[in-house]
Design a protein around this ligand. Sequence first.
Ligand SMILES: NC(=O)c1ccc[n+]([C@@H]2O[C@H](COP(=O)([O-])OP(=O)(O)OC[C@H]3O[C@@H](n4cnc5c(N)ncnc54)[C@H](OP(=O)(O)O)[C@@H]3O)[C@@H](O)[C@H]2O)c1
Length: 249
Amino acid sequence: MSDLENILLVGASGRMGTCIQRLAQEQKISVQKCATYPCIQFSEEMLKNASVIIDFSCDSVTQQIAAGLLQEASPPLPLIVGTTGLSRDTMEGIQHYAQHAACLVASNFSLGIAILRACVRLATEKLPKSFEAELIEIHHRHKRDIPSGTAQSLWEDIRRARALGEGRKLAHHPEVSQNLEPMEVGTHSLRMGSIVGEHQVIFAGLGENLRFLHQAEDRMIFAQGALFAARWICGQRSGLYSVEDALGL
Ligand SMILES: NC(=O)c1ccc[n+]([C@@H]2O[C@H](COP(=O)([O-])OP(=O)(O)OC[C@H]3O[C@@H](n4cnc5c(N)ncnc54)[C@H](OP(=O)(O)O)[C@@H]3O)[C@@H](O)[C@H]2O)c1
């Protein structure tokens, strides 16, 4: 894995940006902060010095990065995107970017969630289709996207493992989940206090149920995962990668 010397950080003053800066300092990695207001601003000098870009901001900023960097940086820098709630347009921009540089997008950088996703895929494949599946996600009161990016990834894992058709919407049922269509996966989102992040997947059949629970206690776990991914991606060819690729899962 390559040595990481200098990162260009987008969303530097946010909750996640602050954690990345703290960890980078501990690991003796230089950080250049990229201003995002009124629009994203990269200088030639910044791009020349950076070995990777790490983005924890919001959809509109991430969209500007994918579009702007292709024009400004030659060759384009590897890109790590931790921002969640990405729109279809932004994802298309990232896919286009990934044709020219290595790019890793992850709704959750924790090792525990990567393992949880693998367990959920296995359970979905092995359990009878009669088992119902529901997701519960709980986050702090300031989190904007509902349901969380991780809940959407978990839902996507279940959908793929059940081979459901494309285009099925995420059912978001804050109160009851009794009247869901068969095979539909309900998602319940709570926004409370300062909770860093909790995801629970419940599979319930007649006579038994199975629950997978992950609780993030500290944002530093995401920062650790993002810096690990940043080191990994520096040696990769252009393409779109996941955190599972970086972890070899
Ligand atoms: N993938 C993961 O593991 C993971 C983990 C936690 C959070 N997240 C996601 O990472 C993103 C950032 O989370 P956070 O808790 O750090 O958020 P935050 O505290 O609100 O920080 C976001 C930062 O983005 C920049 N920004 C520029 N324009 C913005 C706008 N219109 N709205 C919001 N921010 C804007 C600002 O930084 P500057 O002032 O420096 O430009 C802001 O401080 C969110 O999408 C969150 O869901 C991902």
